[in-house]
Design a protein around this ligand. Structure first.
Ligand code: NAD
Length: 738
């Protein structure tokens, strides 16, 4: 067989090296053709008596990101077609046979009688790491970029080509489950400590290390196929097993609230698989995999968290006619909470930063934030002292606006006060090059209004970060009425350079993410006023899939800020734009009781020094009525949390604040953690069906008020039986990896 995706060579010693190097791609990916060629390699090695064993390595800068998810999505489409034409039973049988082909190929490699080794440099994830796990020996390079792992859970899937079974036979069950649940990318030394790989070597020695293993008589039998193999944690039905499984079940419930079928399938596949010999165990895993692959959650998560996110990262919204900008130097105005974070992520991406505050001391204080963050990285072994020194050398802390003269982009993060903003815009523009772009990080002031203070409104744009800047992966890029396409292109190039995900939104109060967040927090306030016990509010929000309860979230954002925004909205839009009872609640907390949130140690929670936060007992006093918890409909509370946010997202689409459903969905998960298993705010509506969503919203409106009233856009979509993705170009993705 002639190989297109591999180079296959056997040396004088009889050691074959299969170098995976797909033409025309920057990264190797598992496709049907790769599987075919790999199968041929396995048979050649197995049957050619001159070949002693085989090493699989990559000819690229990195190993492989895994399987082509479009291949898996294609299987789903094929299943639907067969179900229609040949019936459900035939469709399922076909789907099962197809979806386990990779697993069978790896098992054949593992049991073909000849030893296989994987020599890995760069990332080796998902299906590619499952290939390595099926090899009898694994060596990884010690390079900074090398990572192994099984991240499938992050897109609603799980490792279905033997990953769950091999990992669970390599390490203690509890550790294996944790690895499979978290889906983290693991560094070389950690991988060796965990028993995932056998050796770590310099990059140019990995193939040689694998050869040495082969020369020394590397075994062609996997540990679990040896006679007398024992699972590292012993048998499932044993006193040790009983230490693990009840706890694993409880942890699964606590972490997922049963919202993630893939996580449950991991538990089931490992629990059942560990009681069976390998071949049967792999069949069990395959059955769960086929089921999960057809789940609504996997489809939604793959679309949003893989396909759409990748498209946005690659510049789906970038004006194509503007040449890419290579940003060298960026100015940051205001070295406070946000400015310090923006300076750090910018310098981390290799750009020079001019960090300006009112005094050199204030600017230095902002720069010290970078010192702290880098020191934390050094402590964790993720950076070297030299990296910290180099990063700090890129940041100039100053009070001198003249230093902005060489900046390609200037981002302001000064006080949220229109007067202060107007002043810094004027001072910065006086120093900046005429073609440089000015961006504001404001969270509440309209970009169009701020651009009014600019001499060049075409070059004025919003770049809205979320806090903490170094952790939050979303950035909203906001277009003012006069913002030009070059400003948009530069802003997107900048966001790409700092490796965050951009969504482009039009200028409107709260932009996109914050208006949904405010609706969520307000729902929590409403429940409190209705008499729902505060602990129940917080727990039910997490059961609905939100990462933090609305009261905790409000404490983090600060209660006085929430009240300030409410008052500003009332003054600017009118009293009907706000909820008077919510205002009363916040006035009581902030103005009468001095409870500002986490920042002063008291908000909805108390934050005792050195102790764990707990709900403030005084909340009971603020509740005029108290509901009997046993009479509360939990399912309805959960729905209220998600529906109220999804409605806000739909309104943002109706008002053309958001123009692309991919951005609404990606933005909702990355920006405020909207229940990821739904695929995001609009996927939640689409997944339920717009008509069913409208009925639900109407029922909630009848019971709980106007805020649940579906907007006109939704009513029309329900009548026309359409959906957000059907009405947008829901193009299939080009390439996807798991
Ligand atoms: P902050 O008060 O922590 O920092 C503001 C900084 O600006 C201070 O260090 C102050 O000394 C400096 N400053 C004021 N006037 C200045 C001037 N004339 N020249 C230079 N520096 C000046 O505030 P923050 O929380 O960092 O917020 C900054 C901006 O970011 C605001 O527009 C805010 O709306 C926005 N924002 C905040 C958050 C958040 O979570 N805090 C999130 C997104 C956006």
């Amino acid at each position: 067989m002639k190989f297109e995706n591999f180079r296959f060579e056997t040396d004088a010693e009889g050691i074959a090296v299969a170098t995976w190097d797909m033409p025309g791609r920057s990264m190797n990916v598992i496709t049907p053709q790769v599987m075919e060629e790999l199968a041929a390699i396995v048979e050649t090695v197995a049957n050619d008596t001159a070949i002693k064993g085989c090493i699989i390595t990559s000819g690229k800068e990195t190993f492989s990101g895994g399987a082509d998810l479009t291949m898996l999505q294609g299987l789903g489409a094929e299943y639907a077609r067969l179900a229609r034409t040949e019936g459900e039973e035939k469709a399922v049988a076909h789907f099962f046979a197809q979806s386990r082909k990779l697993s069978q190929l790896y098992r054949r490699l593992e049991t073909c009688g000849k030893p296989f080794a994987a020599a890995i440099h760069g990332v080796c994830l998902g299906g590619a790491f499952e290939l390595a796990l099926a090899c009898h020996f694994r060596v990884v390079s010690d390079a900074d970029v090398t990572r192994v792992g099984l991240p499938e859970i992050k897109v609603g899937l799980f490792p279905g080509a033997g990953g769950t079974q091999r990992v669970a036979r390599l390490m203690q069950t509890a550790d294996a489950l944790q690895m499979l649940f978290k889906g983290e990318q693991i560094r070389p030394l950690m991988a060796r400590n965990m028993g995932l790989v056998h050796a770590v070597a310099p990059r140019d020695k990995i193939v040689e290390t694998a050869k040495e293993w082969l020369r020394a008589g590397g075994s062609a039998v996997a540990p679990w196929d040896e006679k007398g193999f024992k699972n590292p944690s012993g048998r499932v039905y044993s006193p040790a097993g009983m230490q693990v499984w009840p706890a694993a079940n409880a942890i699964y419930r606590r972490e997922t609230h049963d919202n993630y079928p893939a996580a449950k399938a991991i538990l089931q596949a490992v629990y059942e698989g560990l009681q069976l010999p390998m071949d049967l165990a792999l069949e069990v895993e395959s059955r769960y995999f086929a089921k999960i692959l057809r789940s609504k959650e996997a489809a939604a998560m793959i679309r949003t968290l893989f396909v759409s996110m990748q498209e946005l990262n690659k510049g789906a919204r970038r004006p194509a006619d503007v040449p890419p900008a290579k940003l060298r130097r960026v100015g940051v105005l205001g070295a406070g909470f946000m400015g310090a974070g923006i300076a750090y992520v910018t310098a981390l991406a290799g750009m020079e930063v001019v960090l300006i505050d009112q005094s050199v001391e204030a600017a230095e204080k902002g720069k010290a934030h970078s010192h702290k963050l880098m020191s934390d990285q050094i402590m964790k072994g993720r950076a070297r002292t030299a990296d910290r020194d180099a990063l700090l050398a890129r940041i100039t802390a100053t009070d001198d606006y003249a230093l902005l003269k060489d900046c390609d982009l200037v981002i302001e993060a000064v006080f949220e006060d229109p007067k202060v903003k107007a002043e810094v815009i004027a001072r910065a523009e006086a120093a900046m090059r005429p073609r440089a772009i000015f961006a504001s990080n404001t969270s509440t002031l309209p970009i169009t209004g701020l651009a009014g203070h600019s001499q060049r409104p075409k070059q004025f744009i919003g770049i809205h970060f979320f806090s903490p800047v170094e952790k939050m992966m979303l950035v909203e890029v906001i277009l003012g009425r006069k913002t030009g396409s070059r400003a948009l292109a530069v802003a997107l190039d900048y966001v790409r350079a700092i490796r965050k995900t951009p969504i482009v939104v039009n200028d409107a109060r709260g932009f996109y993410a914050n208006r949904c967040v405010m609706a969520y927090v307000r729902e929590g306030h409403r429940m409190l006023l209705e008499g729902v016990p505060p602990a129940m509010i917080e727990n039910v929000a997490r059961m609905a899939g939100m990462p933090v309860g609305p009261l905790s979230l409000n404490d983090e954002v600060a209660l006085d800020l929430a009240l300030k925004i409410l008052k500003a909205t009332k003054a600017q839009v009118g009293p009907e734009a706000i909820d008077p009872e919510q205002e009363e609640l916040l006035v009581e907390l902030v103005e009468k009781r001095g409870r500002l949130g986490r920042k002063n140690g008291k908000g909805f929670y108390d934050y005792p020094e050195g102790g764990k936060k707990r709900l403030w007992p005084g909340l009971a006093e603020l509740q005029k009525t108290k509901l009997d918890p046993d009479t509360i409909d939990i399912a309805e509370l959960k729905q209220r949390f998600l529906v109220v946010q999804a409605l806000e997202a739909a309104r943002a689409v109706e008002e053309k604040v958001i123009t692309d459903p991919r951005e609404a969905d990606v933005g909702s998960i990355l920006g405020f953690g909207f229940a990821p298993f739904t695929g995001g705010t609009l996927s939640y509506i689409d997944g339920m069906g717009v008509a069913a969503f409208v009925d639900l919203a109407k029922a909630l409106a009848k019971k709980h008020g106007e805020r649940f009233k579906p907007c006109r856009l939704l009513m029309r979509m329900a009548r026309e039986h359409t959906s957000f993705y059907a009405s947008s170009a829901d193009k299939p993705a080009r390439r996807k990896a798991a």
